[in-house]
Design a protein around this ligand. Structure first.
Ligand code: GLC
Ligand code: GLC
Length: 651
């Protein structure tokens, strides 16, 4: 019955818009629209069906898709068809990513083109360029307070530069990832300006209120994202004489997705960047998309419906384009961003694996894998055709987002353990070589997060300051151990620019009044290319890290077992310092890799007989894929040197 309704609505809509688009070849568009329209209609109806203008809005939605399909360049349409045929293409182990700031990495987009060889040298073939759109000076949140969703910041270049870069990247088989900041605009965005000037249509693009009544109701359950610099979730706007919802900074106005016009505008933005040659779109802050009084306004059911609808519409126009969900939320919640009810991914194909990231930092600080083992067990198995983005750190702070229950099960008292981690990474804890800076300290909750580069957090900065060769060696090992974990876990490994040469903290942000209160700038540096050159000079720190990573990436790409088909089994072992798991080939069960990581500085033993299927007589045939050597095995005991790892393959 419902399908008939959606069919007749679609016919109606097409009859109305046909004259405008009749001359175009819309064969694939119609096939895909037909296949997806039932879902699109149901979702759109669920979200906006109660409105009087529902049909008008539905027509607007279809028109937006048709227009964007018509402007999709032929070569991207061809790519769409190739990817539809080879639909698991992104699950391959061949993709290795890096996130970077365009200006920090290469000055501007032209500079990026000139430096593409650097990615190829290391083996990177997916590049996430952090936001490059226009933002007001001084109120940019590092690019996440956008004042025009279609204009590139002139300091990094032009649209033509981006298109040239995307062409070059495509020729080199490097995927381009760009951000779409879905949840909010800058207060300087045209929509916000019109709202301020009293235009009711645009006030309805945001959440604005004449009094404190509704904001106060919201505040009872909402959390604070930036408690130090932007407490509360609403900002008074003098000009408009209204309160505006500003969950992040007070100059970032939350978009109102209960208004279908907002949904359609943002879908249009997504498709616009898809048509500029973006392979993957990183959807920022997706957990926040739906606001409901009485809830934390995170992970609401409707936020998922919005993402499903975006995905369905994108599948009609640009099916080769993938979405990354940036949802730094609890494990049970994260996997829902792949698409809760679907067998195949129906929201975002990729999601940040923040749980694994935070757990790895716990293992480094505690020198054991107790919480890591415990926490990983709680990450639900994800859907088919969905994959993780595994990372050691990114441009944001590191949040200690573990479950208190897990901390207790790992044998710690939760509050004390969190305090220990904060003290450890800020270097307060005795024996800690970490040089982190706290972020988002919340006096009310005692909470804090951590900023700092990977190298500074694992002790390389300390080692350089003190000239301690043993500390230098340990920190390099930890950097490599970290990467061995994100490369072997299953999912797309995402490096952070500068980590491949051991970049340490850049404290200069404290002298910039705009940045001083946001410690995340300590790890948002400008690459020192002279230092990067040292990657060619044997004996330097840069050389040690870069060449090892390059090898690790090459081995990773050659090892089909590392592709992500949910083909991983965690193996709990007695030795608490070790983290052990097995990756296997889904087709040939006999082929497998045993991953063993030692988070302690001293050598640790692993009783191979305790692994049942890995014990004698197999152990004699084990080879470490990374070094190509046989590991040290004494009797049936595998010896794992301090801060190191094995990727063991049975010959
Ligand atoms: C893209 C990728 C390529 C992949 C293909 C799948 O063209 O660059 O490596 O195999 O999509 O169709
Ligand atoms: C995302 C970004 C972060 C930004 C926030 C608000 O979490 O990663 O850098 O501050 O969104 O846009």
């Amino acid at each position: 019955m419902y399908e008939q309704l959606s069919h007749s609505l679609l016919n109606d809509i097409l009859n109305k818009i046909e004259p405008k688009i009749a001359k175009q070849d819309l064969r694939y568009f119609y096939t895909r629209l037909g296949a997806n329209f039932y879902a699109i209609h149901s979702l759109f109806e669920k979200l906006y069906g109660g409105r009087e203008d529902f049909e008008e809005q539905a027509q607007q939605l279809v028109e937006t898709m048709a227009k964007q399909y018509i402007s999709r360049p032929d070569k991207l349409r061809t790519l769409d068809i190739e990817r539809e045929l080879d639909y698991n293409w992104f699950l391959s182990q061949k993709w290795v990513g890096m996130t970077l700031y365009c200006n920090g990495f290469a000055g501007n987009l032209k500079g990026m083109r000139e430096n593409l060889h650097y990615f190829q040298e290391l083996g990177i073939n997916l590049v996430h360029i952090m936001p490059i759109l226009r933002c007001p000076e001084g109120k940019s949140d590092g690019g996440y307070a956008v004042s025009d969703f279609r204009k590139i910041d002139p300091r990094v270049g032009t649209l033509e530069d981006l298109e040239n870069l995307s062409d070059d990247m495509q020729q080199r088989d490097i995927l381009l990832t760009l951000d779409v900041v879905l949840n909010h605009t800058s207060d300087e965005h045209e929509w916000a300006k019109k709202a301020r000037a009293g235009d009711k249509k645009y006030q309805d693009y945001f959440y604005t209120f004449g009094s404190r009544t509704v904001p106060d109701m919201f505040e009872q359950n909402m959390l604070e994202v930036f408690p130090e610099t932007a407490p509360g979730n609403f900002t008074w706007n003098e000009e408009m004489q209204r309160w505006v919802m500003t969950v992040f900074n007070n100059y970032q106005w939350d978009l109102n997705y209960s208004n279908p016009a907002v949904f359609i505008e943002m879908l249009d933005v997504i498709l616009y960047w898809a048509n500029k040659g973006t392979d993957i779109l990183r959807l920022d802050a997706v957990a926040f998309l739906w606001k409901k009084i009485g809830s934390t306004c995170q992970n609401e059911r409707e936020a998922h419906l919005i993402l499903q609808l975006l995905k369905d519409c994108c599948q009609v126009v640009a099916p080769g384009v993938l979405f990354i969900a940036e949802a730094i939320v609890a494990p049970l919640e994260v996997t829902k961003y792949f698409g809760e009810d679907a067998i195949i991914a129906k929201e975002c194909e990729i999601a940040y694996n923040a749980t694994y990231m935070a757990l790895l930092w716990d293992a480094v600080a505690t020198k054991n894998a107790k919480l890591l083992n415990q926490g990983i067990k709680n990450v639900p198995v994800k859907l088919e055709r969905a994959t993780w983005l595994n990372y050691a750190r990114c441009h944001d702070d590191i949040g200690l987002g573990f479950d208190d229950k897990d901390i207790a099960l790992a044998g710690y008292e939760p509050a004390n353990h969190r305090k220990f981690l904060i003290d450890y990474y800020s270097g307060k804890f005795e024996d800690s070589h970490a040089r982190g800076v706290l972020f988002g300290e919340n006096e009310k909750t005692g909470d804090a997060r951590i900023s700092g580069t990977l190298a500074s957090l694992v002790g390389l900065q300390y080692a350089i300051e003190t000239g301690d060769p043993v500390a230098t060696e340990s920190s390099i090992k930890l950097i490599l151990l970290f990467h061995s974990m994100i490369l072997s876990f299953g999912g797309i490994p995402l490096l952070y620019y500068g980590d491949e040469i051991g970049t340490i903290n850049d404290n200069s942000y404290v002298n910039d009044p705009i940045k001083a209160s946001d410690s995340r700038w300590v790890h948002r540096h400008v690459i020192d290319w002279e230092k990067a050159e040292l990657r060619h000079t044997s004996g330097t720190v840069e050389y040690s890290i870069f060449t090892a990573l390059k090898r690790m990436i090459a081995v990773h790409k050659e090892t089909g077992i590392f592709a992500d088909f949910n083909n991983r089994d965690l193996i709990e072992v007695e030795n608490p310092h070790l983290f052990v798991f097995e990756r296997y080939d889904i087709n040939r069960v006999s082929e497998r890799v045993l991953v063993v990581a030692n988070f302690d500085g001293k050598s640790q033993n692993l009783d191979l007989d305790s692994l049942v299927s890995w014990g004698a007589p197999h152990y004699g045939q084990l080879v470490d894929l990374y070094t190509g050597q046989r590991p040290e095995i004494f009797k049936n005991t595998l010896v794992v040197p301090g801060f190191s790892f094995y990727w063991l393959y049975e010959m």
